[in-house]
Design a protein around this ligand. Structure first.
Ligand code: ATP
Length: 301
Protein backbone atom coordinates (compact mmCIF):
# COMPACT_ATOMS: atom_id res chain seq x y z
CA UNK A 1 0.00 0.00 0.00
CA UNK A 2 2.82 2.35 0.91
CA UNK A 3 4.34 1.73 -2.49
CA UNK A 4 1.08 2.62 -4.12
CA UNK A 5 0.87 5.85 -2.16
CA UNK A 6 4.35 7.05 -2.98
CA UNK A 7 3.76 7.71 -6.68
CA UNK A 8 0.50 9.37 -5.73
CA UNK A 9 2.34 11.60 -3.28
CA UNK A 10 4.82 12.42 -5.97
CA UNK A 11 2.03 13.13 -8.43
CA UNK A 12 0.41 15.39 -5.86
CA UNK A 13 3.66 17.22 -5.38
CA UNK A 14 4.18 17.63 -9.12
CA UNK A 15 0.60 18.82 -9.51
CA UNK A 16 1.01 21.37 -6.72
CA UNK A 17 4.33 22.59 -8.07
CA UNK A 18 3.03 22.93 -11.60
CA UNK A 19 -0.05 24.64 -10.36
CA UNK A 20 1.98 27.05 -8.31
CA UNK A 21 4.28 27.51 -11.28
CA UNK A 22 1.37 28.25 -13.56
CA UNK A 23 -0.03 30.87 -11.26
CA UNK A 24 3.32 32.58 -10.90
CA UNK A 25 3.85 32.29 -14.62
CA UNK A 26 0.48 33.90 -15.29
CA UNK A 27 1.61 36.79 -13.17
CA UNK A 28 4.89 36.89 -15.03
CA UNK A 29 3.16 36.85 -18.40
CA UNK A 30 0.99 39.72 -17.29
CA UNK A 31 4.14 41.67 -16.47
CA UNK A 32 5.96 40.58 -19.61
CA UNK A 33 2.97 41.51 -21.68
CA UNK A 34 3.03 45.02 -20.31
CA UNK A 35 6.80 45.21 -20.75
CA UNK A 36 6.20 44.64 -24.42
CA UNK A 37 3.89 47.66 -24.63
CA UNK A 38 6.42 50.21 -23.44
CA UNK A 39 10.18 50.18 -23.32
CA UNK A 40 12.72 52.11 -21.31
CA UNK A 41 14.59 54.76 -23.24
CA UNK A 42 18.27 53.77 -23.44
CA UNK A 43 20.08 54.66 -20.24
CA UNK A 44 16.85 55.76 -18.52
CA UNK A 45 17.68 57.05 -15.03
CA UNK A 46 15.81 55.85 -11.95
CA UNK A 47 12.85 57.87 -10.76
CA UNK A 48 13.82 59.75 -7.61
CA UNK A 49 10.86 60.66 -5.43
CA UNK A 50 11.46 63.31 -2.80
CA UNK A 51 8.03 64.92 -2.91
CA UNK A 52 5.51 62.51 -4.39
CA UNK A 53 3.52 64.91 -6.55
CA UNK A 54 1.64 63.44 -9.51
CA UNK A 55 0.77 65.60 -12.48
CA UNK A 56 -1.25 64.64 -15.56
CA UNK A 57 -0.47 67.38 -18.03
CA UNK A 58 -2.78 67.56 -21.06
CA UNK A 59 -2.84 63.77 -21.43
CA UNK A 60 -4.56 62.10 -24.39
CA UNK A 61 -4.78 58.37 -24.92
CA UNK A 62 -6.61 55.63 -26.81
CA UNK A 63 -6.11 51.86 -26.72
CA UNK A 64 -6.79 51.79 -30.45
CA UNK A 65 -5.66 54.38 -32.97
CA UNK A 66 -9.07 55.62 -34.02
CA UNK A 67 -10.74 55.63 -30.61
CA UNK A 68 -9.59 58.27 -28.15
CA UNK A 69 -10.41 57.41 -24.52
CA UNK A 70 -8.79 60.34 -22.67
CA UNK A 71 -8.99 63.84 -24.15
CA UNK A 72 -6.43 66.49 -23.07
CA UNK A 73 -6.83 65.57 -19.45
CA UNK A 74 -5.01 67.51 -16.72
CA UNK A 75 -5.03 67.17 -12.95
CA UNK A 76 -2.61 67.31 -10.08
CA UNK A 77 -2.21 65.28 -6.91
CA UNK A 78 -0.09 67.36 -4.49
CA UNK A 79 2.33 65.45 -2.25
CA UNK A 80 0.49 63.78 0.62
CA UNK A 81 -2.99 64.45 -0.77
CA UNK A 82 -5.79 62.05 -1.59
CA UNK A 83 -7.27 62.59 -5.01
CA UNK A 84 -10.32 60.64 -6.10
CA UNK A 85 -11.44 59.80 -9.61
CA UNK A 86 -15.14 59.17 -9.95
CA UNK A 87 -17.58 59.05 -12.84
CA UNK A 88 -19.80 56.77 -14.86
CA UNK A 89 -18.65 53.37 -16.05
CA UNK A 90 -16.31 53.66 -19.01
CA UNK A 91 -15.32 57.26 -18.21
CA UNK A 92 -11.63 56.29 -18.16
CA UNK A 93 -10.83 56.07 -14.44
CA UNK A 94 -8.94 52.78 -14.55
CA UNK A 95 -7.19 53.89 -17.72
CA UNK A 96 -5.61 56.71 -15.71
CA UNK A 97 -4.28 54.13 -13.25
CA UNK A 98 -2.84 52.04 -16.09
CA UNK A 99 -1.10 55.09 -17.57
CA UNK A 100 0.35 56.08 -14.19
CA UNK A 101 1.81 52.59 -13.81
CA UNK A 102 3.00 52.97 -17.41
CA UNK A 103 1.29 49.93 -18.84
CA UNK A 104 0.82 52.27 -21.81
CA UNK A 105 2.25 55.62 -22.92
CA UNK A 106 -0.04 58.59 -23.62
CA UNK A 107 -0.42 59.67 -27.25
CA UNK A 108 -0.23 63.30 -26.14
CA UNK A 109 0.81 65.21 -23.05
CA UNK A 110 2.96 64.05 -20.14
CA UNK A 111 2.66 62.41 -16.75
CA UNK A 112 5.10 63.73 -14.16
CA UNK A 113 6.00 62.36 -10.74
CA UNK A 114 7.98 64.83 -8.65
CA UNK A 115 8.72 66.74 -11.84
CA UNK A 116 10.06 63.71 -13.77
CA UNK A 117 8.36 62.52 -16.95
CA UNK A 118 7.50 58.88 -16.23
CA UNK A 119 8.16 57.86 -19.84
CA UNK A 120 11.81 58.88 -19.40
CA UNK A 121 12.66 56.94 -16.23
CA UNK A 122 13.41 53.25 -15.63
CA UNK A 123 10.11 51.38 -15.36
CA UNK A 124 11.32 49.25 -12.51
CA UNK A 125 11.93 52.37 -10.39
CA UNK A 126 8.52 53.79 -11.37
CA UNK A 127 6.71 50.61 -10.35
CA UNK A 128 8.62 50.47 -7.10
CA UNK A 129 7.31 53.95 -6.23
CA UNK A 130 3.64 53.04 -6.71
CA UNK A 131 1.70 50.60 -4.56
CA UNK A 132 -1.54 49.23 -5.95
CA UNK A 133 -4.36 47.89 -3.84
CA UNK A 134 -6.46 46.24 -6.53
CA UNK A 135 -10.16 45.41 -6.58
CA UNK A 136 -9.57 41.71 -6.53
CA UNK A 137 -6.35 40.51 -5.03
CA UNK A 138 -4.76 37.34 -6.29
CA UNK A 139 -3.62 34.91 -3.65
CA UNK A 140 -1.06 32.25 -4.40
CA UNK A 141 -1.48 28.67 -3.24
CA UNK A 142 1.13 29.11 -0.58
CA UNK A 143 1.37 30.31 3.00
CA UNK A 144 -0.17 33.54 4.18
CA UNK A 145 3.36 34.76 5.02
CA UNK A 146 4.50 34.09 1.44
CA UNK A 147 1.49 35.95 0.13
CA UNK A 148 2.32 39.03 2.18
CA UNK A 149 6.02 38.92 1.32
CA UNK A 150 5.42 38.20 -2.38
CA UNK A 151 7.51 40.34 -4.68
CA UNK A 152 9.64 41.92 -1.96
CA UNK A 153 13.37 41.34 -1.58
CA UNK A 154 13.63 38.97 1.30
CA UNK A 155 11.79 40.86 4.03
CA UNK A 156 12.47 39.89 7.64
CA UNK A 157 9.81 38.12 9.67
CA UNK A 158 9.61 41.24 11.80
CA UNK A 159 8.76 43.40 8.75
CA UNK A 160 6.10 40.90 7.66
CA UNK A 161 4.51 40.92 11.11
CA UNK A 162 4.55 44.74 11.18
CA UNK A 163 2.88 44.96 7.74
CA UNK A 164 0.21 42.49 8.84
CA UNK A 165 -0.37 44.54 12.01
CA UNK A 166 -0.67 47.79 10.05
CA UNK A 167 -3.14 46.16 7.67
CA UNK A 168 -5.15 44.98 10.71
CA UNK A 169 -4.89 41.32 9.83
CA UNK A 170 -2.38 40.25 12.50
CA UNK A 171 -4.97 39.11 15.10
CA UNK A 172 -6.65 36.96 12.43
CA UNK A 173 -3.33 35.35 11.44
CA UNK A 174 -2.19 34.79 15.00
CA UNK A 175 -5.43 33.00 15.80
CA UNK A 176 -4.72 30.39 13.09
CA UNK A 177 -3.09 27.21 14.45
CA UNK A 178 -0.19 27.55 12.02
CA UNK A 179 -0.07 31.34 11.99
CA UNK A 180 1.90 32.81 9.08
CA UNK A 181 2.64 29.26 7.84
CA UNK A 182 -1.03 28.55 7.15
CA UNK A 183 -1.63 27.51 3.56
CA UNK A 184 -4.16 29.72 1.80
CA UNK A 185 -5.81 29.78 -1.61
CA UNK A 186 -7.71 27.09 -3.44
CA UNK A 187 -5.93 24.24 -1.72
CA UNK A 188 -5.76 25.78 1.72
CA UNK A 189 -7.70 28.15 3.88
CA UNK A 190 -10.23 30.20 1.95
CA UNK A 191 -10.07 33.86 2.85
CA UNK A 192 -13.04 36.20 2.71
CA UNK A 193 -13.06 39.20 0.37
CA UNK A 194 -12.14 41.51 3.24
CA UNK A 195 -9.30 39.28 4.47
CA UNK A 196 -7.90 39.04 0.94
CA UNK A 197 -7.91 42.81 0.68
CA UNK A 198 -6.05 43.08 3.95
CA UNK A 199 -3.39 40.69 2.65
CA UNK A 200 -3.09 42.96 -0.41
CA UNK A 201 -2.78 46.00 1.85
CA UNK A 202 -0.09 44.27 3.93
CA UNK A 203 1.76 43.34 0.71
CA UNK A 204 1.64 46.99 -0.36
CA UNK A 205 2.79 48.21 3.05
CA UNK A 206 5.82 46.00 2.91
CA UNK A 207 6.70 47.72 -0.34
CA UNK A 208 6.33 51.08 1.43
CA UNK A 209 5.65 53.14 -1.69
CA UNK A 210 5.33 56.96 -1.61
CA UNK A 211 2.36 56.78 -4.01
CA UNK A 212 -0.73 54.62 -3.61
CA UNK A 213 -3.21 53.70 -6.28
CA UNK A 214 -6.43 52.37 -4.80
CA UNK A 215 -8.86 50.64 -7.08
CA UNK A 216 -11.99 50.43 -5.01
CA UNK A 217 -13.45 47.02 -4.46
CA UNK A 218 -16.73 46.65 -6.23
CA UNK A 219 -17.07 43.16 -4.89
CA UNK A 220 -19.63 43.01 -2.15
CA UNK A 221 -18.05 43.46 1.24
CA UNK A 222 -20.53 43.83 4.04
CA UNK A 223 -20.71 47.43 5.16
CA UNK A 224 -18.98 46.83 8.49
CA UNK A 225 -16.00 45.15 6.77
CA UNK A 226 -15.98 47.90 4.20
CA UNK A 227 -15.84 50.55 6.92
CA UNK A 228 -13.00 48.67 8.65
CA UNK A 229 -11.03 48.42 5.42
CA UNK A 230 -11.66 52.07 4.68
CA UNK A 231 -10.30 53.18 8.02
CA UNK A 232 -7.25 50.93 7.52
CA UNK A 233 -6.70 52.46 4.09
CA UNK A 234 -7.09 55.94 5.49
CA UNK A 235 -4.35 55.25 8.02
CA UNK A 236 -2.14 53.67 5.39
CA UNK A 237 -2.53 56.57 2.96
CA UNK A 238 -2.05 59.28 5.58
CA UNK A 239 1.48 60.30 4.64
CA UNK A 240 1.41 59.19 1.04
CA UNK A 241 0.01 60.62 -2.17
CA UNK A 242 -3.09 58.60 -2.91
CA UNK A 243 -5.09 58.29 -6.10
CA UNK A 244 -8.37 56.54 -5.42
CA UNK A 245 -10.60 55.17 -8.16
CA UNK A 246 -14.07 54.89 -6.72
CA UNK A 247 -17.48 53.63 -7.74
CA UNK A 248 -19.27 54.37 -4.52
CA UNK A 249 -18.96 58.04 -3.64
CA UNK A 250 -19.33 57.39 0.09
CA UNK A 251 -15.82 55.90 0.10
CA UNK A 252 -14.14 59.07 -1.19
CA UNK A 253 -16.36 61.86 0.16
CA UNK A 254 -13.51 63.15 2.34
CA UNK A 255 -10.82 63.17 -0.38
CA UNK A 256 -8.91 66.45 -0.74
CA UNK A 257 -9.81 66.70 -4.41
CA UNK A 258 -12.50 64.80 -6.28
CA UNK A 259 -12.18 64.75 -10.07
CA UNK A 260 -15.42 63.84 -11.77
CA UNK A 261 -14.86 62.20 -15.13
CA UNK A 262 -17.21 61.73 -18.02
CA UNK A 263 -16.28 60.24 -21.40
CA UNK A 264 -12.53 60.76 -20.95
CA UNK A 265 -12.66 64.31 -19.61
CA UNK A 266 -12.63 65.86 -16.16
CA UNK A 267 -15.93 67.70 -16.04
CA UNK A 268 -15.93 68.82 -12.39
CA UNK A 269 -13.29 69.11 -9.72
CA UNK A 270 -13.35 70.13 -6.06
CA UNK A 271 -14.03 68.72 -2.63
CA UNK A 272 -17.31 67.06 -1.68
CA UNK A 273 -18.96 70.26 -0.40
CA UNK A 274 -17.85 72.27 -3.47
CA UNK A 275 -19.25 69.67 -5.80
CA UNK A 276 -22.58 69.35 -4.01
CA UNK A 277 -22.97 73.12 -4.16
CA UNK A 278 -22.24 73.05 -7.86
CA UNK A 279 -25.26 70.80 -8.34
CA UNK A 280 -23.84 69.08 -11.44
CA UNK A 281 -22.92 65.49 -12.30
CA UNK A 282 -21.38 64.75 -8.88
CA UNK A 283 -24.45 66.03 -7.02
CA UNK A 284 -26.64 63.93 -9.30
CA UNK A 285 -24.52 60.79 -8.70
CA UNK A 286 -24.46 61.47 -4.94
CA UNK A 287 -28.23 61.86 -4.73
CA UNK A 288 -28.77 58.74 -6.81
CA UNK A 289 -26.49 56.69 -4.55
CA UNK A 290 -28.21 58.06 -1.47
CA UNK A 291 -31.63 57.04 -2.70
CA UNK A 292 -30.31 53.61 -3.75
CA UNK A 293 -28.88 53.16 -0.24
CA UNK A 294 -32.29 54.15 1.19
CA UNK A 295 -34.05 51.61 -0.99
CA UNK A 296 -31.63 48.88 0.07
CA UNK A 297 -32.13 49.79 3.71
CA UNK A 298 -35.91 49.73 3.30
CA UNK A 299 -35.80 46.40 1.49
CA UNK A 300 -33.76 44.96 4.37
CA UNK A 301 -36.28 46.08 6.98
P1 ATP B 1 -15.56 51.34 -14.74
O1 ATP B 1 -16.13 52.30 -13.74
O2 ATP B 1 -16.63 50.55 -15.42
O3 ATP B 1 -14.46 50.47 -14.20
P2 ATP B 1 -13.66 53.16 -16.01
O4 ATP B 1 -14.08 54.59 -15.86
O5 ATP B 1 -12.59 52.67 -15.12
O6 ATP B 1 -14.93 52.23 -15.94
P3 ATP B 1 -11.91 52.34 -18.15
O7 ATP B 1 -11.74 50.95 -17.69
O8 ATP B 1 -10.79 53.29 -17.97
O9 ATP B 1 -13.24 52.97 -17.53
O10 ATP B 1 -12.32 52.27 -19.68
C1 ATP B 1 -12.49 53.42 -20.49
C2 ATP B 1 -12.80 53.01 -21.91
O11 ATP B 1 -11.67 52.32 -22.44
C3 ATP B 1 -13.98 52.07 -22.04
O12 ATP B 1 -14.75 52.50 -23.13
C4 ATP B 1 -13.36 50.72 -22.33
O13 ATP B 1 -14.16 50.01 -23.22
C5 ATP B 1 -12.06 51.08 -23.01
N1 ATP B 1 -11.01 50.08 -22.69
C6 ATP B 1 -10.59 49.72 -21.46
N2 ATP B 1 -9.60 48.82 -21.54
C7 ATP B 1 -9.39 48.59 -22.85
C8 ATP B 1 -8.48 47.75 -23.59
N3 ATP B 1 -7.59 46.97 -22.97
N4 ATP B 1 -8.57 47.78 -24.94
C9 ATP B 1 -9.46 48.57 -25.59
N5 ATP B 1 -10.34 49.39 -24.94
C10 ATP B 1 -10.31 49.40 -23.61
Amino acid sequence: LIQLFRPLDLLGWVYRTIRQGLIDMADMFRLMDTEAEVEDVPGAPALVVRRPTVLFDNVSFGYEQDRQILHHLSFEAPAGSTVALVGPSGAGKSTIGRLLFRFYDPSGGRILIDGQDISQVAQESLRRAIGIVPQDSVLFNDTIGYNIAYGRDDPSQEQIVRAAADASILPFIEALPQGFDTEVGERGLKLSGGEKQRVAIARTLLKNPPILLLDEATSALDSRTEQDILSTLKRVSADRTTIAIAHRLSTIADADIINVMDAGRIVESGNHADLLRRDGLYAEMWNRQLSEADETAQAAE
